[in-house]
Design a protein around this ligand. Structure first.
Ligand code: ZN
Length: 253
């Protein structure tokens, strides 16, 4: 047992050294894409932008992207913007990069799933360790970045919640259980409010179950934090503590 632990520490150490030397390096064009199309990044202070870029480079070293359906290729723009969404959602946790989800599949548009026999915009499959996204829906979510609807954040939020529960990737249980319980108490009340139709701050999807609520809550947390804090101050504050970041104070402007 001890030998296995030592071996895994050595392997981890070697991998980190290899990654530090040979990691993916963002080109100037790719940094321009971030600055132009990813407001979360462009609004960060320079010191946080530097950290964001380095973490994105490490992430892109480890994730594998695959074009699906009739998508011809994964463009650098797709890689950078999808990777940036993972960094955005996990920015409060410097050691979390959703290791369980090694593969990202991209379809050009909504796609038919043989498992659910329905058209999808995106999904997360923990058994296969994949995140699946429709590029057109992803891009639409990013283009209107203040309406509280963002497919990329939605699917990454599902992956984040699962990653916290999956034990063998060396990055589980990062959510503080006390804060998580506090969050769940407030979330259940909000789910009921959505189902009752008394308040429409969160879209109906959030009333489906606790997984959907978490994903919808994070879309709003990142896309319209000021309004969220104003309308649901307790829930906003608990999410700040849970995710270890506050999108409002992270903005330099
Ligand atoms: Zn969902």
């Amino acid at each position: 047992m001890i030998l296995i632990q030592i071996l895994s520490l050595v392997t981890e150490g070697l991998w980190k050294t290899w990654r530090a030397i040979f990691h993916y390096r963002l080109s100037k064009d790719e940094v321009d894409v971030l600055t132009k199309y990813f407001p979360y990044f462009s609004q960060l202070r320079p010191i946080h932008q530097k950290e964001f870029k380095q973490r994105l480079e490490f992430l892109l070293t480890e994730k594998k992207f695959f074009a699906r359906g009739n998508l011809q290729e994964i463009t650098p723009e797709m890689k950078v913007l999808i990777g940036a969404t993972i960094i955005q959602v996990t920015f409060g946790y410097s050691n979390v990069q959703l290791r369980h989800f090694k593969k990202i599949l991209v379809y050009p548009d909504t796609y038919f799933s043989n498992i659910s026999k329905a058209y999808h915009r995106g999904e997360v499959n923990p058994r296969l360790g994949i995140i699946v996204l429709s590029w057109s829906c992803f891009a639409r979510g990013l283009a209107d970045h203040e309406d509280g609807v963002n497919l990329g954040i939605h699917e990454v939020a599902h992956a984040l919640k699962l990653e916290n529960q999956i034990r063998y990737n060396g990055e589980s249980d990062f959510f503080n259980p006390v804060i998580w319980d506090e969050y769940q108490g407030l979330a259940q009340k909000e789910e009921e409010i959505i189902r009752s139709g008394k308040d429409d701050f969160f879209r109906e999807r959030g009333g489906e179950d606790s997984h959907e609520f978490f994903a919808v809550a994070l879309e709003n947390f990142f896309e319209r934090p000021e309004l969220f804090k104003d309308r649901k101050p307790q829930l906003y504050k608990v999410l700040v503590r849970l995710l270890q970041q506050d999108p409002i104070t992270l903005k330099s402007t």
